[in-house]
Design a protein around this ligand. Sequence first.
Ligand SMILES: Cc1cc2nc3c(=O)[nH]c(=O)nc-3n(C[C@H](O)[C@H](O)[C@H](O)COP(=O)(O)O)c2cc1C
Length: 519
Amino acid sequence: MESLLDFLDDIPWWGWILVFLLLVAIRDIFFQKAHTISHNFPIVGHLRYWLESIGPEMRQYFVANNREELPFNRIERSWIYASAKKENNYEGFGTDRDIYAHQHVFVKNAMIAYQLPEGHPNTKDPCFLPCAKVIGGYNKRKKPYRPASIINVSAMSFGSLSAAAVESLNKGVEKCGAYHNTGEGGLSPYHKKGGDVIFHFGTGYFGVRTRDGNFSMEKMKILVDENPCIKAVEIKLSQGAKPGKGGVLPGAKITHELAEIRGVEVGKDVISPPTHKAFSNIPELLELIENIAEETGLPVGIKGAVGKLEQWEELANLMKKSGKGPDFITIDGGEGGTGAAPPSFADHVSLPWTYGFTSVYKIFKDMGLTDRIVFIGSGKLGFPAKAAMAFAMGADCINVAREAMMSIGCIQAQVCHTNRCPSGVATQSKWLQKGINVPLKSDRLAQYFKTFRKEFMEITHAAGYEHPCQFKMNDIQVNVDDDYLSSGLEAVYGYQKDEVTFSSMQELYDCSYLGGKPN
Ligand SMILES: Cc1cc2nc3c(=O)[nH]c(=O)nc-3n(C[C@H](O)[C@H](O)[C@H](O)COP(=O)(O)O)c2cc1C
């Protein structure tokens, strides 16, 4: 025994490495059957898998140029990080974009910019930028709501995001007067930290679910009665990243707490069905909207990604005939994000935001219905110039999901579906989310929204307007192609946006339905 120990003791450190490599080689050749490369090239085959796994990070940090990456390139991410930290978010030496490139967008500035009169609300607060329309105003809901911020947090559930992330977002929206959409996982304790909330549900009806997985109006009423932070209800028809596919929450993310909030089993994938049980056609959807609005007193809207237009036309026709309908419509672009989706869906199903939004807006415009609806856009719109384009097309508010995540620390690792999010934002791992400092991150979200609103107001003033709702299609020009050079959006998309009723920022400031105030 002693001689064996002596022998082992005499093996130098590099000898141990050789023994280890020999064992790996034996395993690769004789015992593992899953990987051909490891079998055919023992030991070195592992290098390939390892290099492949760190490839995205290597490309992100060292290889990709500033404007190359998707979904968000380095310049976009850096702008959000700097804005959220209230650091210098300017660019030196001029643009690095090819401004003659196809589809490049220009905001047309006025010869003399809009000048703020004395005592204007924006002289006191340059970040004050509420929605020009009141949600639920036209349909005379009992509790109409005017979002106090035109930029808000889009649907992302507790489950796809960590408790610390949801809490940071909620406290953040409270600090800047925005609202927080719950996403389809129900209203968690982390959504109740002071911010205005839009309660969102999908086909899983989490939080308002009967035992057999149907929608419960009784639970909806109780939820709204007990939670005055809920300012509106959103029915999810689809989202841009996976329309027609129910939500997927991987089992790895289903903790005991989450299982309790949602009424599901620990550790098992939660797959919401692709379609709703509470309605199966447009008249039934309209009836559900009216019933929820009637029972809760809240404005009710729908969220959808756009593909075929027939059912949107049917909805508009029915609204025209009945005088009823959703108080708001959120249009999500095909470029939208998700916690988890098959690439074939994320890449190909549903239209990008500009195509989808313009198609739907035109339908409601042709029917004379746009003043009845607050149009909300989502799909990489969390940048002031992009928002100007969205407003010129007819959007009244924008929702941001991934941009909000980045403001609280997301590094675009694109592993939300694995429960291994390194920034602690999209994971249920207690260890990973411990790194999130909630008071600091909530300040960051609030600061990103404030900086966004301030810059958006500055662009609006440069275009000669007091509020972005005054943007018209032809205030934005887009490079079309070599023959036609560039063109106003009216010619490109074939419509002019309806005028939004707006008298002054002061009137919005004095509005009794203005949100963002303590409940
Ligand atoms: C982690 C994550 C979770 C999401 N969860 C939902 C959801 O529960 N319901 C929904 O309608 N959309 C969901 N979305 C989509 C977003 O609400 C939003 O519509 C989309 O990401 C486009 O906005 P963005 O480009 O600003 O990210 C989710 C997106 C992300 C990134």
